[in-house]
Every structure is written in structure tokens, then in C-alpha cells.
Design a protein around this ligand. Structure first.
Ligand code: FES
Ligand SMILES: [Fe+2]
Length: 500
């Protein structure tokens, strides 16, 4: 149970106070407010990992990325071929391997068979058509969580970083794709040939990571016994290999995964059900219509600015869907966030817009007038000052007035049937604007409260769901339209398994 919200313990960089505010808001907040992912943990012990500071691979004591003197003057020239969407041929082959459940050169797919609970798909169709929620058991039954692993989290593109992190040959960063019963470590690289690649970050020797954090290297060296790999994934060297006994090196490369980019964001998938371009079609239309900035797209990114990542882990005591549902509606804002998010933003139906698109939902609003005045926002009425976007199944972006603290990408994933984990990866932007420290302090407090309120509300919902006395509930057609859309997305993913 998270009892405290981010504080100085969440980030070790001394210069990060400004970014911390931004992260908080992302995190839990209001998502429903918008904030993307519900609460987060201020305690490293909750996540079982050390609190993460800026990427260790680069000297990054400052979150505000330093300009790289003499750095590359252009973006990732090798990207062009990957930016148009679609699974690359090599990636498709990797996906096929996973789907077929075969074993290739020592890598097993690890996909478990799924035992299904007794669910009448026609009954689910009926209650959803009537405006009901998903059944309570969908949030408490481990068999549903296992099914979601296979039907959702292994099958969808996951945002893992941004292109400016890997624009130079030798650049790399690490991430993962996780569900309730699996977690696949990933390393994304740009090799000398300029091509962006993603690999399972597991050494072909005895399964240690081959890369940690992010940075710039000629080779990836596993720190366990010292095997090295080129940035194209091929095995480069093995200490004492003259002893013999190993298969040829060309059979011991890292296992490649589908990777693709879209408007500056890097996505990886295990077994993508569709090309990335199809998954982001609706989101792209919405972002363009609302006026999203795309700060990491090649045409907007500063080629001389070093975009240093800072990872903030999060966790909470509810099923991932319960937390996500909190994130994507603001019906709760006037009551749950009476003295926090609702103090910051206009949350009445006349000002708080929330809409769905094919694979997600978004909502927008503006600062309360007195807050805007305090922030010195004199020209208003353009793009919404608060923008929150959710893309199925677990990605969040925010836009609008970022208070100068940079861009973020966020994800949420299940950690068992009744817990979730998440992370906010944030990057200071070159255009960041400074604000009055007293104003920032107030905003920080609003977000601290909002995050705490969201995370705790979702946790109490989970307790209610576990009572065994909640079959399903009903939602409002307008104020909770985003919820209804999310229920349909979940059911579309799971229903085929119950109809066979
Ligand atoms: S596990 Fe990587 S070198 Fe041994
Ligand atoms: Fe909220």
C-alpha cells in the first residue's frame, strides 16, 4: 500500500525538483484527471528496485539535458525506413517464432497455456450493451490475469522510449515488456549500419542482462562472465572461447524483437497482432486535432540537445484495469479531488472534454482562471492547457501547458491480479520554461494529493471487487463514456478466447 507520494526520495538528481512535479501529475493524477497512471510509490521497496534516477549510461546529474557539444547534427538517419509503420520482416519472423511456440537457438517462448474461467460471452455482450461495467471477477480471477498476459500484453505494441535517445550509432537503452506472469527485459540499440533494433536483453550464456540503463557503447558486455555483443545483436567475443565446446558464434546472437517508431516514440512488441501504424491511427488523428506538440519527432527534436531519460517507478494495490479506469475518467474529480486536481483544473462537464477514439480515449481541460493568472498565462483559448491521452492497452501521453518540465511517456502493467506497476519515463525538453518556485510548490502539492487520492481510491475499489458480492455495476452514458469504451476494448481482446 502506498502511503506517501513522491518526495525528494523518488529522484536522486539534485536538480530535478521541477521535473518531479511534472512526473507527479503524470502519474496518478488525475488522470482522470488526467494524470496518467495512478499513484506511484515513493518507496523503492515497493517496486523491489532502487529508485531510479536519470539514465546511468550518460553523465546525467542534471535532468535538464545538457546540450551536446559537437554532437551529431542530424537525427537518426537510419530511422527513415522504420518510421512508416508495419512490422519489419525480421521482426515478423521473431513474432512467428513466439506464436508457434518453438524453440530457436536456445530461446523458448515461455507462453503458458491458459485455463479459462466459466464466462458466458453472450451475457458479457448483453451487460456491456446496457452500460454495465465488466464483471467484478475480471479484476480478481488469476485466470483472467493470465489470459490478459497472452491476449493483451504479449500482443500489443509497448512504448519503451523516444528516438532522440538512440539517434547515434552506439546509442542504446533498456526497458521491458511485462504482464502478471512474465517480464521480458529489452535492449534497444542503433548499430553502425544506422538501423534501430530491439533484442531480448538476456545473455545467450546464462541469462544475465547484457545491458543496463542506457548510454553509448561500441559493444554490449554482459557483466556476469564478460561475453560481448555488437549493437546489431551478434555475439562478438567470449572469454576463454579457445576452450571450444560452444556452438558457432552466429548461432548465439541476441534474440531480436519487433521494433518500430512513430512520431519520435519507440515501440517494441513481443507478438504484435497488427502493425504499429494500425495501432496508432486513431491516436494520431486525435493528437493532430487537439494540437499535440510531438516534442521527440525528428522535425521538432533539437539535434544538439541530449534527451536524458529519468525513470520513475510506480505501483499500487489494485488490478491494472481499476487503476486505468481511474486514470481515464474525471467523473470522480469533483468529489475525490475536491482540494487537489479540481483546484487546478476546470472539471465541470462544460469545460472538461472527454472522448474516445478507436484504440483509446483522451480528455482535455484548462487551468482554473485564478491558477492561470498565477502562472502568468495571458493568452488563452488556443490548444487545451491540459491534455491527456490513453492508448490501448497501457500507454499515456500528456500535452498542453507542461509547466516547462518536459515530455513523458508512461505505462501501466499488471503485477498479479490485484496489484499494478508502472513507470514514467520523463525527458527535460530544450524549450522548458522556468516558473515561480512558489507556484511550482503549490502545483506540486496539488499533484501529490491527486496521486495519493487516485491510488487509494483504486485500492478501495479492489477491496470492493474482492468482496465476492459485486457482480457488476452501471455507468453513466456521457460522464463515463470513456469507461464504456475501455470495457469494450478489454472485451474485444478477451472475448475470442471464450467463443472458441
Ligand atoms: S551470463 Fe552473460 S556472460 Fe555469463
Ligand atoms: Fe483522479
Amino acid at each position: 500500500m502506498l502511503t506517501t507520494v513522491a518526495s525528494s526520495t523518488t529522484i536522486s538528481c539534485a536538480t530535478v525538483s521541477a521535473a518531479r512535479i511534472h512526473q507527479r501529475r503524470l502519474v496518478g493524477a488525475p488522470a482522470p484527471t488526467g494524470a496518467p497512471v495512478g499513484g506511484w510509490s515513493a518507496s523503492s521497496s515497493v517496486m523491489g528496485t532502487p529508485v531510479t534516477a536519470a539514465c546511468g549510461g550518460r553523465s546525467s546529474t542534471s535532468l535538464r539535458s545538457q546540450r551536446t557539444s559537437g554532437g551529431p547534427s542530424s537525427g537518426c538517419a537510419g530511422d527513415v525506413g522504420h518510421r512508416s509503420g508495419g512490422c519489419r520482416a525480421g521482426s515478423a519472423a521473431a513474432a512467428r517464432h513466439l506464436i508457434e511456440g518453438s524453440v530457436r537457438d536456445g530461446y523458448a517462448d515461455g507462453v503458458a497455456s491458459t485455463e479459462l474461467p466459466a464466462v458466458d460471452p453472450d451475457e458479457i455482450d448483453r451487460i456491456l450493451a446496457e452500460g454495465a461495467t465488466l464483471p467484478g471477477s475480471f479484476y480478481t480471477d488469476p485466470r483472467i490475469a493470465t489470459l490478459e498476459d497472452e491476449a493483451v500484453f504479449r500482443r500489443t505494441w509497448q512504448i519503451v522510449g523516444v528516438e532522440p535517445e538512440v539517434r547515434r550509432p552506439g546509442d542504446f537503452f533498456t526497458s521491458h515488456i511485462s504482464g502478471t506472469n512474465f517480464s521480458v527485459p529489452i535492449v534497444v540499440t542503433r548499430a553502425d549500419d544506422g538501423r534501430l533494433r530491439a533484442f531480448v536483453n538476456v545473455c545467450r550464456h546464462r541469462a544475465h542482462f547484457v545491458a543496463v540503463g542506457c548510454g553509448h557503447k561500441k559493444f554490449l558486455q554482459c557483466s556476469y562472465h564478460g561475453w560481448t555483443y555488437k549493437l546489431d545483436g551478434s555475439l562478438n567475443s567470449v572469454p576463454r572461447s579457445d576452450e571450444g565446446g560452444l556452438p558457432p558464434f552466429d548461432r548465439l546472437g541476441l534474440y531480436d524483437l519487433p521494433v518500430d517508431t512513430w512520431r519520435g516514440y519507440v515501440f517494441v512488441a513481443l507478438q504484435p497482432a497488427e502493425p504499429l501504424s494500425a495501432a496508432v491511427t486513431g491516436l494520431g488523428t486525435v493528437l493532430d486535432d487537439v494540437g499535440f506538440d510531438f516534442p521527440f519527432a525528428a522535425e521538432n527534436a533539437d539535434p544538439d540537445f541530449e534527451y536524458v531519460r529519468q525513470v520513475q517507478p510506480m505501483s499500487g494495490p489494485s488490478n491494472w484495469k481499476a487503476m486505468n479506469e481511474n486514470n481515464i475518467e474525471c467523473y470522480h474529480c469533483p468529489t475525490t479531488h475536491r482540494h487537489s486536481f479540481s483546484d487546478m483544473y476546470k472539471v465541470d462537464p462544460a469545460h472538461y472534454l472527454h472522448r474516445e477514439f478507436d484504440r483509446g480515449v483522451y480528455h482535455t481541460s484548462d487551468f482554473q482562471d485564478r491558477v492561470a493568472a498565477t502562472l502568468g498565462l495571458t493568452e488563452r483559448g488556443g490548444a487545451p492547457e491540459y491534455q491527456f491521452y490513453y492508448l490501448w492497452p497501457n500507454m499515456y501521453l500528456q500535452g498542453g501547458i507542461e509547466l516547462g518540465f518536459g515530455g513523458t511517456v508512461e505505462r501501466l502493467w499488471p503485477d498479479g491480479v490485484d496489484r499494478w506497476k508502472g513507470e514514467i519515463v520523463s525527458y527535460a525538453l530544450p524549450s522548458s520554461r522556468e516558473y515561480d518556485p512558489d507556484v511550482i510548490k503549490q502545483v506540486e502539492e496539488w499533484w501529490r494529493l491527486t496521486v495519493e487520492e487516485d491510488r487509494d481510491a483504486a485500492g478501495r475499489v479492489q477491496t470492493g471487487l474482492k468482496s465476492g458480492l459485486y457482480s457488476w455495476g452501471y455507468t453513466l452514458p456521457e460522464s463515463e463514456r470513456n469507461m464504456r469504451h475501455f470495457y469494450r476494448l478489454v472485451w474485444e481482446a478477451l472475448a475470442p478466447s471464450f467463443r472458441h
